[in-house]
Design a protein around this ligand. Structure first.
Ligand SMILES: Nc1ncnc2c1ncn2[C@@H]1O[C@H](COP(=O)(O)OP(=O)(O)OP(=O)(O)O)[C@@H](O)[C@H]1O
Ligand SMILES: [Mg+2]
Length: 309
């Protein structure tokens, strides 16, 4: 089983409007609600890959119950800790000129008791899982070392853990040496405090992180695919050129596919090729955390893995 952790769950609302006019009343033409937070995209993708998945984290209030209901409808098994505050909404305004404007609520605070209840339940979830993914931001009330604490628990039980977050949470989480991280170039640059741009620079930075005990450093490169640095080799998985519809959630799709490959015991090269095809196929659908198997298969056949070193 794959357990996906989303501490900062959201109801993602996509508003389709005509022209975006600051300071004016705008009518929404179409509103779509989805269960959001990066870890829930990971859960949906791992499920579509055919894995048994358990989604966990914090939810609260009516919005939290709505998220649980949406996951139930998609047959994504879930066990959340219920908090007093209402689950947040994140709004993405899609205007006719193609622009996308996002409003991300911070998330209602969680209490110390909520955190302790979560950490206790989490232990039994680790025991039931082969792979655990930890994604995204945390709500107020959660310390910056929370992910490091969780990673330690997972590693003490000899299970695999993928960490996909940014900023201070990534910096603190890395200290506990997760099995895999999946930064993009911006996240690597922020982590190292210098701009990391070229493939050579990215590989060098990835190697430094790998040497700190992270088995697989996966660096995603958008349309250029992704690098895997595993201490022995450096692989570059490259998707074919595709007509992109929506790239939101591509990183999460990559994490979901890597979790599936890890759970199946695939090697790095095979998992990379699979994950590149899944994440590129996600870019061909409007929905986040979704792909069509026929798209994935076609992309997979055209995805090349170069052994760089
Ligand atoms: N334009 C694209 N064409 C083909 N594949 C893509 C494209 N954009 C993303 N992908 C696939 O998705 C993977 C992850 O994308 P990206 O590097 O943008 O992740 P990210 O920056 O973490 O995204 P997110 O916003 O989801 O966190 C890439 O490695 C690639 O396989
Ligand atoms: Mg990302």
């Amino acid at each position: 089983m794959i357990t996906t952790v989303t501490l900062n769950v959201a109801v993602d609302k996509a508003y389709v409007i005509g022209e975006f006019k600051k300071g004016e009343v705008m009518r929404v033409q179409k509103c779509t609600n989805t269960a959001g937070g990066k870890g829930l995209n990971v859960a949906k993708i791992a499920k579509l890959c055919g894995e048994e998945v358990l989604a966990t984290g914090f939810v609260g209030g009516h919005a939290g119950a709505y998220v649980e209901q949406m996951l139930d409808e998609q047959q994504v098994k879930n066990e959340f800790i219920h908090t007093a505050g209402e689950t947040r909404s994140c709004i993405n305004i899609l205007a006719q000129d193609g622009s996308s404007t996002e409003f991300l609520e911070p998330g209602a605070p969680v209490t110390k008791e909520n955190i302790e209840e979560f950490l206790k339940k989490f232990e039994s979830m680790i025991d039931r899982s082969e792979v655990i993914t930890i994604s995204g931001s945390v709500p107020a009330g959660v310390d910056v070392d929370m992910y490091a604490r969780m990673i330690k628990k997972i590693k003490d039980r000899h299970k695999k853990v993928i960490l996909d977050t940014s900023g201070a949470l990534l910096e603190a989480g890395i200290k506990a040496a997760p099995t895999m991280i999946k930064p993009n170039a911006d996240e690597i640059s922020a982590l190292l405090g210098v701009p990391v741009v070229s493939r050579t620079e990215l590989i060098e930075s990835g190697k430094k992180l790998q040497a700190r005990g992270i088995e697989y450093v996966v660096i995603s490169l958008g349309g250029d695919g992704a690098l895997v640095i595993d201490g022995k080799h450096v692989y570059h998985g490259k998707p074919p050129k595709i007509d992109v519809v929506n790239t939101v959630g591509c990183g999460d799709s990559m994490v979901g596919a890597f979790a599936a490959g890890m759970a199946r015991g695939w090697d790095a090269e095979e998992t990379l090729k699979f994950a590149v095809s899944v994440s590129a196929a996600n870019a061909l659908t409007m929905a986040t955390g979704n792909f069509e198997e026929k798209d994935r298969k076609k992309i997979y056949e055209q995805t090349k893995v170069e052994i760089v070193e």
